[in-house]
Design a protein. Structure first.
Length: 282
């Protein structure tokens, strides 16, 4: 990937982070930490990889995306706005009663959302169903999903892992956002799900480990997933919770807390400075 493309994706991801923070700050509620950690993956999928059309969100042959960690909807809404599915100015309505952008994704109300999610573990199961449907209907669209590492403590995740391997869903790519923190702290102290790579390999998945903030590694992993036949792919994406905002990074306290006015201003200033440093417009 050339440097110009990487810089553009970095700018897209920073915009997604800014919009996620705008929504959470406006709502005075939400989940900024995990939203910021997946922004680079979302930027790559929506701006480079997935076959989607903002003018035709229900296009039959579109690639599907399921946010299994549905509480990180602010990042998904940011990606949808950056791609043109929804107006950017609507982001500030997050979680307001008169807004269509609620705290978890709603497939009936938000253009570009393929599955309503929230209960952890159910999103990857729905993604499995979409991938199997494509196989049964002889369709060539692909299905992508993002899981949380805390979410991997849910038993339903492992039922889904068994299902996907059994049906050889090689059109399914699951990213696991491995930032090491959940609402109660370090995942290894709450309910240790590691080693996640070895566990998915034991369930007969193709497993690729990457830096979740390195676009070259994201692209290479996605290409390897598409080239893999006969089994689903898990991309274990090692990320930083709160990525891009100094005081939120690697801080479990920002899992589900909205910034106040001063904190929000500092966060946006940091992201704006980053965008300007690579020649982008705020």
């Amino acid at each position: 990937m050339n440097s110009e493309k990487i810089d553009q994706l970095r700018i897209n991801a920073a915009h997604i982070r800014k919009m996620a923070l705008e929504g959470v700050h406006s709502a005075a509620a939400g989940h900024p930490g995990g939203s910021l950690s997946i922004a680079d993956i979302l930027a790559y999928l929506y701006m480079c990889e997935m076959n989607v059309d903002p003018k035709n969100p229900k296009m039959e042959n579109r690639d599907r995306f399921v946010l299994s960690k549905g509480h990180c909807a602010p990042a998904l809404y940011g990606a949808l706005a950056e791609r043109g599915f929804i107006p950017k100015e609507d982001i500030k309505g997050l979680r307001h009663t008169d807004s269509y952008l609620q705290g978890h994704p709603d497939m009936k109300g938000v253009p570009g959302v393929d599955m309503s999610t929230g209960s952890l573990g159910q999103g990857i199961s729905a993604a499995n169903g979409m991938a199997l449907a494509a196989k049964l209907d002889n369709k060539d669209y692909r299905v992508y999903t993002i899981l949380g590492d805390g979410e991997s403590e849910e038993g339903q995740v492992w039922e889904a892992a068994m299902f996907a391997a059994h049906y050889k869903l090689d059109n399914l790519t699951a990213f696991l956002d491995f930032n090491g923190l959940q609402i109660d702290g370090d995942i290894t102290k709450v309910m240790n799900p590691t080693p996640l790579d070895k566990k998915f390999e034991a369930f007969n998945w193709n497993v690729i480990t990457i830096d979740a903030h390195d676009f070259n590694q994201i692209e290479d992993a996605v290409n390897k997933a598409k080239a893999t036949k006969g089994k689903p792919t898990l991309i274990l994406a090692k990320s930083t919770k709160g990525k891009g905002v100094s005081f939120m990074e690697n801080n479990a306290g920002w899992h589900g807390k909205a910034p106040n006015d001063e904190e929000y201003a500092q966060a946006i200033a940091e992201l704006d400075a980053y965008i300007e440093s690579i020649g982008g417009a705020k």
